[in-house]
Design a protein around this ligand. Structure first.
Ligand code: CA2
Length: 146
């Protein structure tokens, strides 16, 4: 039976492909959802794909994952760099969690170099565009199999 995992997306990621294709590429969030579903089928993961622009709703999704999922892949967008609440939520549910980013945040502005999520996450993937999601799911599948 497929292992349920949550793929969670934060603020502004609903605009992917529609604005600033120079930084984030031309794929839309719907394209990335489809990529995650196909990757899930390959890895025997059942992907619950969510997006919210609201910090508290993201916290609620993480809390819900405690009983509905066995792992989390999260692109928290700009909340990565600001949110102690998301850090605490990830710590609280104690699920294997991969932080991911489309862009290489370390090659960008210095305010993107710090992540509040990274110390609570199992690991971090960034800089591979939509493939960061594939790599995050592969990492989760490996952890959950092992
Ligand atoms: O590289 C990533 O995946 C980020 O998480 C994307 C966030 C950014 O704040 C992080 O530092 C790195 C921003 C997502 C915003 O997406 C947009 C999409 C279209 C137009 C403008 C922003």
């Amino acid at each position: 039976m497929a292992i349920p995992v949550l793929v969670l997306n934060g603020p502004n990621l609903n605009l992917l492909g529609l604005r600033e294709p120079g930084i984030y590429g031309s794929a839309t969030l719907a394209d990335i959802e489809e990529l995650c579903r196909l990757t899930g089928e390959r890895l025997d993961l059942e992907v619950d794909f969510r997006q919210s622009n609201h910090e508290g709703e993201l916290v609620d999704f993480i809390h819900a994952a405690r009983t509905t999922a066995r792992g989390i892949a999260i692109n928290a967008g700009a909340y990565t760099h600001t949110s102690i609440a998301l850090h605490d939520a990830i710590r609280a549910v104690a699920l294997p969690t991969v932080e991911l980013h489309l862009s290489n945040v370390h090659a960008r502005e210095s305010f993107r170099h710090h992540s509040y999520l990274a110390p609570a996450a199992t690991g971090v993937i960034c800089g591979f565009g939509p493939r960061s999601y594939v790599l995050a799911l592969e990492a989760l599948a490996g952890i959950l199999a092992g």
